[in-house]
Write a protein that binds this ligand. Structure first.
Ligand code: SF4
Length: 485
């Protein structure tokens, strides 16, 4: 897979870790034109943010303990990322934790390596403290090339997650897959295990480009992969492209976009220095919403990053060190919170993270939530910084009914909403009716007054706009951003 900024272990989208100038840029107009023609809605740099439905007990528990949207100290952790690092070979551009196993991916030697790794991950799961009582609603197997993993090993991991953390029967379970590493039979086995979503790393529709970046697949593999996912009846699938490959011409890019939309995926990710996602209604990747909303998640495996109890923690990225780390956890008796010794993110960091993440989604920044969680001063500062961009038309404001309005009106609506309606916890929005398995929690945007970047101009200037907002918050001053409304 090519890792965009939202994928674990490169979940490095916090203001503190990335810095706004290193933020990804936004979709170009050519891709927007092609993709919107085929009914895929812009989602990200506008990835779509929503929420998890939870049982009322967990919601009440969260409401009583939450500090802010996405507060990872909340009782219920609903998501888990599992890193499966095996690839046929290492692509030239890849800097992710990967173990190259060669072309003979089913040899006893390779299977033994995978089995040993899975055993280590299972031990890590057993030692990890369960936070809260709710069940997991999204699971994401990323890599590496997770589709190299035999279904029997995937089953072990899913069973272990269920035993240790609880797995909701309608959980979204995503698996990243590379062309040339699976067939329809394997996908049907995955389906039987509860996999609901496949993310296929096509990257390009030109053999010369695939070869130039050292991919382990070619164009016939891509065609076979698309046929297999369609035949397997996967409820949702994504096609991934890379827009910045060396030697990529405008003509070749146009051709790749055209072939991608003709393949009729439910979701399309376009990676460059950015990640941009587009989805058909009802096919947002729920797990990615967790990242964009700043919600907590477990993570397991080589180099994987978790976000628990306000702490982001990355595991060792070398196999020997990772195994030794798990050995130490096990020897200490388990039930630990990885990275529990690290300092929690400060309220100011959380504020900037929230603004940055939400402004990079199609849903935008909910002003009532911002006001409720960080206070009137934070809201006013953000809107002051956005005002020049609103005048230029690159920032739009919407009232509580989704109608265009001025940001001043939206702020007034937010104040009224805060005065009359208790703010629900972000993961307490009930599931939308009529949506299928794994798609119930994260598909609908919130309905509150909000500001968002315009499409495409605002997103094309997103780095500048977010930089201006950051500059307006002088976090060296002792301003209280603790939601003292
Ligand atoms: S296929 Fe493997 S080596 Fe290539 S980019 Fe993806 S993770 Fe990296």
């Amino acid at each position: 897979m090519y890792r965009g900024v939202i994928r674990n272990p490169s979940v490095s989208i916090t203001a503190r870790q990335v810095g706004v100038l290193a933020l990804p840029t936004s979709p170009n107009t050519m891709q927007l034109g092609y993709i919107s023609k085929f009914g895929l809605q812009a989602a990200s740099a506008s990835v779509l943010a929503t929420s998890a439905a939870v049982d009322s007990r967990a919601a009440a528990e969260r409401a009583s303990t939450s500090r802010m949207p996405g507060d990872s100290t909340v009782a219920g952790v609903r998501s888990a990322y599992i890193h499966l690092p095996f690839c046929k070979r290492k692509c030239f551009y890849c800097d992710f934790p990967v173990e190259a196993v060669g072309r003979d991916t089913t040899s006893p030697k390779v299977e033994a390596r995978m089995r040993a790794y899975v055993d280590t991950v299972l031990r890590e799961m057993k030692t990890t403290k369960r936070l809260g009582t709710g069940t997991l609603r999204t699971v994401f197997f990323g890599g590496g090339t997770p589709s190299l993993l035999p279904p029997s090993l995937l089953e072990l991991l899913l069973n272990a997650l269920d035993v240790r953390f609880g797995l909701a029967p309608d959980a979204e379970v995503s698996v990243e897959a590379d062309p040339g590493t699976f067939d329809v039979q394997r996908l049907r086995q995955y389906r039987q295990l509860g996999v609901t979503r496949l993310s296929i790393g096509v990257q390009a529709f030109q053999n010369e480009l695939l070869e130039a970046c050292g991919r382990g697949h070619d164009l016939p593999d891509v065609v076979a992969a698309v046929e297999a996912v369609q035949a397997a009846g996967m409820p949702s699938w994504s096609l991934d492209l890379i827009s910045g490959l060396p030697g990529l011409t405008a003509e070749a890019w146009r051709y790749s976009l055209q072939r991608a939309v003709e393949a009729a995926p439910d979701h399309l990710s376009v990676y460059d220095l950015q990640v941009s996602n587009y989805a058909r209604p009802g096919h947002r990747c729920a797990h990615n919403q967790v990242y964009w909303r700043g919600l907590p998640y477990y993570a397991f495996g080589l180099g994987a990053a978790s976000y628990l109890a306000g702490r982001r923690f990355s595991r060792p990225a070398r196999m020997r060190e990772y195994t030794a780390w798990v050995d130490t956890l096990s020897a200490n008796g388990g039930d630990t919170l990885p990275g529990g010794y690290l300092p929690e993110e400060s309220q100011e960091e959380l504020l900037l993270d929230t603004i940055m993440l939400r402004l990079r989604t199609a849903d935008g920044l909910d002003l009532a939530q911002l006001r409720s969680r960080f206070g009137t001063e934070a809201l006013a500062t953000a809107l002051r910084a956005l005002a020049p961009h609103e005048q230029r038309g690159t920032v739009l404001a919407l009232d509580g009914q989704g109608r265009p309005c001025s940001s001043a009106e939206a702020a007034m609506n937010a104040a009224q909403e805060a005065a009359t309606t208790p703010m629900p916890p972000l993961d307490a929005i009930p599931p939308a009716a009529g949506l299928g398995r794994g798609q119930v929690d994260y598909q609908q945007p919130g309905g509150g007054p909000r500001v968002r970047l315009s499409d495409p101009q605002g997103f094309l200037l997103s780095n500048d706009i977010i930089s201006d907002v950051f500059a307006a918050f002088d976090i060296t001053k002792a301003t209280d951003y603790k939601g003292t409304v």
